[in-house]
Design a protein. Sequence first.
Lengths: 412, 68
Amino acid sequence: MVTTERDDNLLTDEAVRDPYPLLDRLRETAPVHYNDRYRSWMLLRYEHVAPALKELRFRSDRITPFIENRLEADAPDDVVTTFRVLQGWMVFVDPPKHARLRKLVSRAFTPRAIAALEGRITEIVEELVGKLPREGEVDLVREFAYPLPAIVIAEMLGVPPEDRDLFKSWSDDLSALVFGELEDDARHTRAAASMVALVEYLEQLCHRYSAAPDDNIISALVQAREGGDALTQDEVIATCVLLLFGGHETTTSLIGNAVLALSHAPEVQRRARNSERVLRLAVEEAVRFDGPAKFVPRVIEEPFEFAGQAFEPGQRVLLSLAAANRDPRVYDDPETFRPERDSLQQHVGYGLGPHYCLGAPLARLEVRLALEALLGAYGHITAIDSDVSWAPVLLNRVIRTLPAEVAGVGRA
Amino acid sequence: VHEQLHIAVDPDICVGSATCVGTAPHLFELVDGVARARRPAAAADPELDEAFAGCPVAAITADPAEGG
């Protein structure tokens, strides 16, 4: 394997703020390469990333081999607990077991089921927008993009409103683990305590809704467990943690990145304010232009060839959704946020294949309602670019702060 | 009289999540990462309805067939 010195550090301040120049350079100079810094293959072109997302030999269970090979035999119990829960997450599970988990959960996330939530999500959005200042400076992540998806997914699961705040710290700790580097022991330990607390709490909710089912996801999972197509208790808990977590930070980032993109494109902002069609296209374009995932990881279990390279068992593969979504072979003028594109080429921001984002219909609805409310409330939304910040993590594009100047009235 | 429905999956919209294949395996299959209907028409049934409603990108159409 030939290795060369590359400018490929994706965690410099500059690359965390704007990873795209570096991803562009890697995609054009080394579209398929083994990266020594991240000890992983990297695939960056659309023509490779799209089929790789559907290629099941790029496996998603990167947790079981980690437990078997890497986790120390004398690891503390709470660290072991964390990884046992992660093992049950369907994002880390391969077919055929994956299909069973996904089918049980997917009923809550069909476009039809999600459409029924529009009224309630609109209420939550309006409640949050109502608390924002009419004009001046506001952190739109902290005051809006962060709490919105947290409240929505907590309500969908069946978490009582008084317990909402508990999830902020848990989700933050788990995010560092899942979106960061699995090799960092300090992150394991910090996440572990939160995972144990969260698991205990969810067990209580399962017992509660087992005795008295309500119209929420935990009740549905518990009933499924008691019916013919049974989920184990571990699977119910793991699935709840995944939904709680997966429904939260990624959506926060998508709302934040979309607002930022609109802030930099005042003409698009104006058009989206006046046209629901443009607004819907803007939501989809935001996923392409600056989606929540820079990379999705896969692992190799059996040797095979792909894109002219030999992939060996145990190797990790990073599929760059962000680089593929800005591939100039596929998109004209890819670095421009332009909702009304001629090309109907699907983006890969939600993935493709059996792990295609289960929450995509919910994300589309939440982000559309969020943008609609902000654009309706304000005539001008201008991000204070120098103060926008992202978490220094490799896999996801996690926006942490989005201070913006807001002013005017969007719609009478 | 069972109403026959034309079933189709738009290959340009399908993202290969295989949700329909999991829901209604008698009606849908995955070929090269894209779902397609196993046959062009079928009687309405609950699994078809669930597959239709469950597609995350609304790539499935199920329309009444001529003279059905």
